[in-house]
Unconditional design. Structure first.
Ligand code: SF4
Length: 744
């Protein structure tokens, strides 16, 4: 681990430093032979899908190295050969392990066998699979109601595992199926369903090569979707203009040195964003309101599209006229002239506009309204359902979209529930279940008593860390299906289980699973590496054996029979989930297949069969005088809550994570030297939350804004501070006060 220090941020991403970093992680953690084999199978046709983000693979040719630095880090972490078994857990108590960092946890190796933590015990101990499933059965059967159980899913679970998991929960009698999507693109799904009738993006990779203008909003692709930079470079190369909308200056939006092109190898970057709008935190709704106002003013509205396909335009147009520019400028932090220039840029071509976004938009109180505003801009331009144009929420977890398609959702629509009930011949509950934030409250106040997670790191991914920890500790049982040790295994119920599963890169007895990427492509994923331990089970096998232990075979469901051969499972998916006709045959074609997306065909599966404009009052979360708006974010050495290292190369950070980025003038106004220690406090109706002694780092961002890494800063986010409608934690706009650290 490098010494804590900070330098000037980079102005370009990738290049040879990314190659060096990738190889250091892969060969350092997995070894040369296993690491090389892993990289050669990663994202290859017939190989396995990257367990990190959900950026799609090219439809046709795939490069030998079809991965990015962060894909390499993810596979390095998963492909570690050393395993944690009874000796490791005998040597490390829960308290010892809690004292270690998340980065240290990831470095220890793979979980090697099932582990049990008995009530009042201080150490995990080894247990057999049978005994582990028996404990799950005992606890679930002892519940007063199925709704006292929570079945959580992380976006890494394959389609096959996710389908079995939701069927298990529903056969058990509950819709308590929270997932990581509740914390990431739930706001996108809700807004898009209301606007255009589908909760997913409407573009493909090819559309990027036909676009005139690409907006990247509230997203840092250089770290969170790195292969997207190749697509952006190709689009810019074909004449598209990239416009970045982000409070922070991010290297991956400024320039890209393609490590597989000579120019990039020589360190010469392709400039990406030709316009960089450093909007204030949560100023995006105002920016798009202004953009729409400017576009209408210059007559850029596609009247025929609006007439034939949309509803609500007149009301929206009146709202635009009534919205003063002064308010737009004040709330967005962007000048009228810059917004009007952007409108001219967009209207100047064939209005082939693609807007991409991620958590910088979805984790705000008004996130749904903001994303509806973006949809409004696309509807008034007719920039949807034609080449080079559309909406692109970029998913952060490899199969989070697939899990939702498989039924991992606490509010699945009736047609799905009815189809499942018919196929499985078991009663399926209709009462909506708990999402992630509801689950935290339910565990905290005792309405939920058993928490079972299919992957993930719930305690670290969720807001209000102290409150969530108390909620998990309030459970009778916490049980985690996982590949690596993480902090959620240490923040446990009265009893706890860790059930180690195969990684996506590992062989699974000749069986392959499937995933769905951000653009709705379903493809196969088959592991190539020898499993790290002979005690590991695949996720579908674990779910099937757990369900069998709890329920036995019920209705038409033969749990083990279904898991034995995933083609059988896919036949059930085909029967229940629309768009999976001939699933087993089509998924065996190279590259898999696209799921239908009606909005791409300008068919609107909305209640009124129209695309809908929204006319929401303009809104932005503002901090009181003298306070700051803090957003949480990832470092470059991190994927979600998995911390691979302590560097954040593009932002000039080495060897530390206890930092807060602030505008240099704000540091001076606070009387803090660069690197000086500060205390941060957030206030909520139920009290204060503190993050003390962090280092203040000057960064190019608007005044009054602050940014810190999660999971560390999650302690500042009240569980009740959520996005309206989607209930997504509003982790990107937290009002805080900042002072020189006490005692200094
Ligand atoms: S862009 Fe995402 S999916 Fe692709 S290799 Fe990188 S982390 Fe993996």
């Amino acid at each position: 681990m490098s010494e804590p220090r900070f330098t000037a941020p980079k102005e370009q991403a990738a290049g040879i430093p990314a190659v060096v970093s990738s190889l250091q992680h892969v060969f350092g953690k997995a070894g040369v032979a296993r690491g090389t084999k892993a990289l050669l199978g990663l994202n290859q046709a017939g190989g396995f899908d990257c367990p990190s983000c959900a950026w799609p693979d090219p439809d046709g040719h795939r490069a030998v190295a079809e991965f990015c630095e962060n894909g390499a880090k993810a596979i390095a972490s998963e492909a570690m050969p050393q395993t944690l078994g009874r000796e490791f857990f005998a040597a490390h108590s829960i308290a010892d392990l809690m004292a270690q960092s998340d980065a240290w946890h990831d470095l220890q190796g793979r979980l090697g066998g099932p582990m049990l933590l008995r009530e009042n015990a201080t150490h995990y101990e080894a247990i057999t699979w049978e005994d582990a499933f028996a404990i799950v059965a005992e606890e679930l059967r002892a519940l007063g109601s199925p709704d006292e159980a929570v079945f959580y899913t992380s976006g890494r679970a394959s389609n096959e595992a996710a389908f079995l998991w939701q069927m298990f929960a529903r056969a058990f009698g509950t819709n308590n199926l929270p997932d990581c999507s509740n914390m990431c693109h739930e706001s996108s799904g809700l807004a898009l369903k209301e606007a255009v009738g589908v909760g997913k993006g409407t573009v493909t990779l090819d559309d990027f090569l036909e676009a005139d203008v690409i907006l990247c909003v509230g997203q840092n692709p250089g770290t969170n979707h790195p292969r997207m930079l190749s697509t952006l470079e190709a689009a810019v190369g074909k004449g598209a203009r990239l416009v970045a909308v982000n409070p922070l200056k991010e290297a991956g939006l400024l320039g890209f040195a393609h490590p597989q092109h000579l120019r990039g190898i020589l360190g010469k970057a392709t400039p990406l964003a030709s316009t960089y709008l450093q909007v204030r935190v949560n100023g995006d709704m105002a920016l798009f309101r202004g953009l729409a106002k400017a576009l209408v003013t210059i007559g850029a509205a596609d009247e025929s599209f609006i007439r034939d396909h949309a509803i609500g335009y007149e009301e929206y147009r009146s709202l635009l006229e009534a919205t003063p520019w002064a308010e737009i400028e004040e709330l967005s932090g962007i000048g009228r002239d810059e917004i009007e220039d952007l409108a001219l840029l967009i209207a100047g071509g064939e209005r082939r506009l693609i807007t991409c976004w991620a958590m910088g938009l979805t984790q705000h109180r008004n996130a749904v309204a903001t994303i509806r505003e973006i949809a409004n801009v696309h509807l008034l331009l007719g920039a949807i359902g034609r080449p080079g144009a559309g909406l692109c929420p970029v998913r952060g977890h490899s199969n989070v979209q697939g899990d939702r398609t498989m039924g991992i959702y606490e509010k699945m629509p009736e047609p799905f529930l009815a189809a499942l009930e018919k196929q499985a011949d078991v009663p399926v509950p209709r009462k909506h279940g708990f999402d992630t934030v509801d689950s935290i409250h339910a565990m905290h106040d005792g309405r939920a008593k058993v928490f079972i997670a299919l992957g993930g790191n719930f305690a670290q991914a969720t807001p209000d860390s102290a409150y969530t920890a108390a909620a998990l500790r309030n459970c009778r049982l916490t049980c985690h299906v996982a590949t690596k040790l993480n902090r959620s295994h240490l923040i446990h119920g009265r009893r706890a289980l860790i059930l180690p599963c195969l990684g996506r890169s590992e062989r699974d007895g000749g069986r392959f699973v499937t995933t769905e990427n951000s653009m709705g492509v379903v493809q196969s994923s088959e592991g190539k590496l020898a499993p790290a331990s002979d005690q590991l089970l695949s996720e579908p096998d674990i779910v099937a054996r757990m369900a069998e232990a709890v329920l036995g075979d019920v209705g038409n469901i033969r749990w083990r029979w279904l898991a034995e051969d995933y083609d059988r499972l896919r036949t059930w998916i085909e029967a229940v989930v629309p768009g999976f006709e001939d699933f087993n045959a089509r998924v065996r074609r190279p590259g898999g297949f696209y799921l239908p997306n009606a909005a791409k065909e300008r068919v609107w599966n909305t209640p009124n069969s129209k695309a809908n404009f929204s006319a929401a009052p303009l809104d932005a979360f503002r901090a009181a005088e003298g306070r700051f708006l803090l957003q949480t974010l990832r470092s470059h050495d991190q994927f979600n809550t998995t911390v691979y290292g302590l560097d954040d190369r593009y932002r000039g950070i080495s060897g530390m994570r206890d930092i807060v980025f602030l505008n240099a003038e704000d540091l001076a106004a606070l009387g803090v030297k660069p690197g000086g220690r500060i205390d941060i406090t957030s206030r909520w109706h139920d009290g204060e939350r503190h993050l003390n002694g962090f280092r203040a780092i000057p960064y190019d961002m608007p005044r009054g804004m602050a940014a810190a890494y999660f999971p560390e800063a999650n302690v500042l986010v009240p569980a009740g501070h959520v996005a309206e409608g989607s209930n997504t934690p509003a982790s990107k706009s937290i009002e805080v006060s900042i002072h020189v650290a006490a005692g200094l």
